[in-house]
Design a protein around this ligand. Structure first.
Ligand code: CA
Length: 233
């Protein structure tokens, strides 16, 4: 992967594709594109991209099928789908099939750049920081989602690595609400069940702590949230 983030855009409307290409090049991305679904999928499966932007309606195969096929190969590939306006079904479909985010057409270009940048940041696929070291006994490759914990090989989910990367960036206690907003991407956390956060934290502790019941690195600070201690990237 080059230092510049590389995008793949699969979009069959020439004017939109041209606009998006110019937009992201202006913002410092390398951009590759396809206008056909099957060609887009082939490129997605054979290249390395910081993020893939998929239109839904495409010639040959649609964006959902592409998304699904990419997910068979990679859980970590960031994917944003461009859905039709107000098509709730599209959004649910896309997220079920593993898209990380979506934006409804017509969208604001600045919003799109923000979303894509956030996805790349959260994925840990930006820059060269592919490794997290926690204490003396745990190391994680944030790109491959694998690592070594106490001399054992360990596999991580993308969500787990994203949580760790985010906590590491903050260097301060992070509340459950903030995690739901920043890692899960929820806009409002008012009616959400924060137990999903706790469940993920418990899973991570099993992988990185010597004794998960008495965490030394991923600690809970009562009333404040979670903090990751002695982690370096
Ligand atoms: Ca289209």
């Amino acid at each position: 992967m080059s230092i510049k983030p590389t995008l793949l855009i699969v979009e069959d409307e020439a004017s939109i594709l041209r606009g998006l290409t110019d937009l992201f090049i202006f913002h410092g991305f390398d951009v590759e594109s396809e206008m056909d679904g099957q060609k887009g999928l082939n490129r997605a499966l054979n290249g390395q991209y910081s993020c893939i932007i998929l239109d839904v309606m495409l010639p040959s195969i649609n964006g959902f099928e592409i998304c699904n096929a990419i997910r068979q190969q990679s859980q970590i590939q960031p994917i944003l789908m461009l859905t039709a306006k107000n098509a709730e079904e599209d959004i649910i479909n896309g997220l079920t099939l593993g898209a990380d985010d979506y934006l409804a057409k017509p969208f604001s270009t600045s919003e799109l750049v923000l979303r894509v940048s956030a996805l790349i940041r959260r994925s840990g696929l930006s820059g060269n920081d592919h490794k997290l070291t926690i204490g003396d006994n745990v190391s994680i490759c944030t790109q491959k989602l694998t690592g070594i914990s106490f001399e054992q090989e360990m596999r991580y989910t993308r969500r787990e690595v994203t949580i760790l990367s985010y906590l590491n960036q903050q260097k301060a206690p992070v509340s459950r609400d903030e995690l739901l907003r920043e890692v899960w991407g929820y806009k409002s956390t008012e009616h959400l069940d924060t137990r999903t956060v706790d469940i993920h934290i418990a899973k991570i502790r099993k992988k990185i702590e010597k004794d998960p019941k008495f965490p030394e690195h991923l600690v809970t600070l009562r009333g404040e949230g979670y903090q990751l201690i002695s982690c370096q990237s």
